[in-house]
Design a protein around this ligand. Sequence first.
Ligand code: UD1
Length: 450
Amino acid sequence: MDKFVIEGDRQLTGRARVSGSKNAALPIMAAVLAADGPLQLSAVPDLADVHSLLRLLETLGVHAERPAENQLDLVVETTQPHVADYDLVRRMRASICVLGPLLARRGRACVSLPGGCNIGHRPIDLHLKGLAALGADIRVERGYVIAQATRLRGTSLFLGGPYGSTVTGTCNVMTAATLAEGRTVIEAAACEPEVVDLGNCLRQLGAKIEGLGTPRIEIDGVDRLGTAQHRVIPDRIETATLMIAAAITGGHIEITPVRPDHLVAVCEVLERTGVRIERSTGDDGLPALVATAPAALVATTLTALPYPGIPTDVQAQLMALLCRAEGISVVTDKVFPDRFLHAAELVRLGARIVREGPTAVIHGVPRLSGANVMASDLRASAALVLAGLAAEGTTTVRRIYHLDRGYQRLDEKLNRLGGQVTRSDDRPGPAPPHRAGDPRKHARRLATNG
Ligand code: UD1
């Protein structure tokens, strides 16, 4: 298990390259299970969640090759396996993305329930409701979802839940519906760019899909999906994290390649705190965003919402930023109302945060000071790293494996910008030997105490 040791209080300045989107790459990779031909992907990020899904896909009969860095060629070699085992699924919740494509192409799927998670209760009832509406026979037994259908049938279905739409649920149902008989209409579909990217890849494979990026997606089922070459969109969450790195360290970072249209809400809230955001073109000719910190950050109020709102996946990083902003900020998460484990760790760095249900109230402080902190989940670790970059002194962030799940070598990227982040092994050493007291003194103490 690795940890980061961060020497803080350094301005981050320069150019940074963003990797392909993790959350787009995962359901796209899983979609190969629904296709007959090879799927050639580029801009696939090299990170732990991608490796976990590759291991799972291999057990499901997929052959994978990496012809070059960030490229991935996938092809189904055998369609017999249909069991996604607990030992692989428990490593990553997004493994549930194999359910829809397996069921649609192989007629049966047996996928372990992903289990609990540190960012809150994460049911998959909407995934199951959507697939059942397509005619699948679904039951949950011994911790596994067992789904069967000779051929799925298109229908109209509503996928909204108490916290809005579901991203991976929309991915599962949309992919399954591409091979269903007839027309499927998904109402309250997720509009996230990662769902659109999956939809575009499915279209290249031969699927007929309209309405991507809107809450109403219409799919006309086809008999088979063929082959495709697809480039994964840039990671908007990594882009936002790097913009916040510039803002929190008083720095200036040009980030490329980016999709500014995916980051409108994030740019707007950063501008409210005083950060200057400019669009430009990077050295490589690709669209870039340049974030420049203000002399002093200003407090603000924000709410994480489904797209196009501020992403819940940037809530923790924005909270880290607001710890340094003058005044009182209010942060609410309406997607995962319990996603606040990072708040207590930010307090260890000197932040002043009070939580009230799905809301945190942050009193900005002039300085943070380095300390030992523990990462609880992927985006919480990013928030702690950002706070550590801005803090005076040394910050040690433990359980960095959470960060490695979703960021491709973030330490190296930050160091190229002037950060001082050292990765090292965090295996606990042997506990110091327990020194037994002097037996004569112990006997005297017993005698005097009666
Ligand atoms: C995806 C992202 C994750 C992001 C989240 C919200 C991937 C791999 N992960 O997760 O990084 O934080 O979207 O943008 O893309 N819900 C239900 N029932 C369901 C499914 C979800 O009630 O069947 C609830 C969840 O508990 C949550 C909300 O709906 O409160 C949104 O969850 P969802 O969009 O499904 O998140 P994921 O797809 O798991």
